[in-house]
Design a protein around this ligand. Structure first.
Ligand code: SF4
Length: 491
């Protein structure tokens, strides 16, 4: 038997949308732990706290107790969804957690919160997914004639349903996962639990991140980022490789190359914006990569200014790097309101009109009378950048020189990042000078693609760079391209 807890969902059903930013948004954090004898619900809870930045619309924890799998999930932040009593009731030896930002399905639907529960015969499984499939509707259409039934259009349910179908066919979960991986196309980092085991697998391009760690008291952890390991004292062992599947159970950790790896294509936006600065990807600390991006910008796009400030959070390490190379002092100029996040309380119209002030407040005493270099990670539609520049000028900045630690975003994402359609991307049709005029800066410069890649310490062929160069590592079916690539000929 499994128990779900829908209480409070009606009260949370109004997404005030205060936090929906004018920038790409991540599509989820996933976390799994195998640690019989430990309080896996609390380990998962703290793991999810570390991954909160990857999704703030809903959170869920599932626990396997040797007999079945139980899940508690709801809309809202991790701290809001779980009470002490929820965690006390989730007892067992394996845990699974998820924080969600929706790219498919409604953001206000409790049913779309994960982990997703399903049954394979009499066995209950829970599944959590980060990413986005590009062939979901093709799969549904071609498989429903074979007796596969789908209850929703979310790609996470499609993955769970396929695994259930093929597991029954082979009478073996790993074979079921393997056959599912051979069929699904797109970006996926998936963690799945049964009553007594954790399974994790990653798409053949490795677009979304997934790492493995080891608990000092015994047991293993998988997490979207290493910060999810650090918070519970787990030691980072390695990344899951593209196309790899691991099973963690009483037999230990068993790894296999489930499907052949294809061209490595880790999402570059992990380095620019999504990942927490204290996480490590490809042996590089995200903070250090961002600092080097800023340093590189100072060399390629100098400015006459009195103060360098970063737009919190991802712009701050880059601003430090810019200041180090330029010799212009670094200072705090903007304070982030960390807790407004995804609120489910409707703001009044007058509060809504405060716009960016809900998120950022300028330090007038630091800014007034100064020529500023403002370092940010990206410009998507340009609305937030324009309002930010207005805010800084109102606070007394005499000049604003915007420096961006990525190239212009000209192409939409199909792999689980919620960017706009191409026509809404300000750089898809405007030159750098025109973008600068539109957002009202005194000067604007972007980091060159090769300098951005160099700051990571990796080669360009390790990354997906499609939102900058339009070179998508996984073919996008025509029906999916349509709509989002409306300006394709302008690319
Ligand atoms: S298209 Fe851009 S946001 Fe999407 S996976 Fe590639 S680099 Fe990341």
């Amino acid at each position: 038997m499994s128990i779900e807890t829908p209480e409070r969902r009606d009260a949370l059903a109004v997404d005030a949308d205060l936090g929906r930013e004018d920038r790409p948004e991540e599509a989820c954090g996933v976390f799994g732990v195998y640690a019989p004898g430990e309080d896996v619900a609390r380990l998962t809870y703290f793991g999810l706290h570390a991954l909160q930045h990857r999704g703030q619309e809903s959170a869920g924890i599932a626990v396997g107790d040797g007999d079945t799998v139980t899940v508690t999930k709801n809309l809202g932040l991790v701290s809001k969804v779980f009470r002490e009593s929820d965690l006390d009731s989730l007892t067992g030896g394996v845990g699974l957690g998820h924080t969600r930002y929706s790219t498919t399905g409604s953001s206000t639907s409790w049913e779309n919160a994960q982990p997703h529960l399903s049954a394979i015969g009499h066995q209950v499984i829970a599944l959590a997914h980060n990413g986005n499939l590009v062939n979901t509707s093709q799969l549904r259409d071609s498989l429903k004639d074979n007796g596969v039934r789908f209850r929703s259009t979310t790609d996470s349910e499609v993955i769970a349903t396929l695994i259930g179908h093929f597991t029954q066919k082979h009478n073996h979960i790993r074979s079921g996962i393997r056959e599912t991986m051979e069929l699904i196309r797109g970006a996926y980092a998936v963690v799945l639990i049964t009553e007594d085991a954790v399974y994790a697998f990653r798409d053949p391009h490795g677009i979304r991140p997934l790492v493995i760690g080891e608990l000092p008291q015994g047991g293993w952890v998988v997490s979207s980022e290493t910060c999810g390991l650090d918070i519970i004292g787990a030691r980072h062992l390695r990344d899951l490789e593209p196309g790899e599947m691991v099973k963690i159970s009483a037999d230990g950790l068993e790894a296999e190359q489930a499907v052949p790896a294809e061209k490595a294509s880790l999402c570059m936006f992990e380095f620019i914006y999504f990942a927490r600065p204290d996480s490590i990807m490809r042996d590089c600390t995200i903070y250090e990569a961002r600092r080097r991006m800023g340093a590189s910008l100072a060399a390629s796009a100098p400015a006459e200014a009195d103060l360098v400030i970063g737009v919190p959070d991802s712009g701050v390490p880059a601003a430090v790097g810019y200041a180090q190379v330029s010799g212009i002092p670094f200072g705090e100029g903007l304070v982030k309101n960390r807790y407004v996040g995804r609120t489910f309380i409707s703001p009044t119209q007058s509060i809504r009109q405060q716009g960016i002030r809900l998120k950022l407040n300028p330090l007038r005493h630091a800014i007034e009378g100064k020529r500023l270099v403002v370092v940010d990670d990206s410009i998507v539609r340009g609305n937030t950048s324009r309002k930010l520049v207005e805010l800084l000028r109102e606070a007394g900045a005499t000049e604003v020189h915007m420096r961006i630690t990525s190239p212009p975003v000209r192409w939409p994402c199909f792999y689980g990042i919620d960017t706009d359609s191409q026509e809404q991307l300000i750089a898809s049709a405007l030159s750098v000078e025109e973008v600068g005029e539109r957002i009202g800066v005194d000067s604007l410069a972007y980091l060159a693609l090769e300098d951005m890649v160099a700051a990571t310490g990796c080669e360009a062929d390790q990354f997906c760079l499609a939102c900058f160069d339009g070179d998508y590592p996984i073919d996008i079916p025509e029906a999916v391209r349509r709509g989002k690539l409306s300006l394709e000929s302008c690319g």
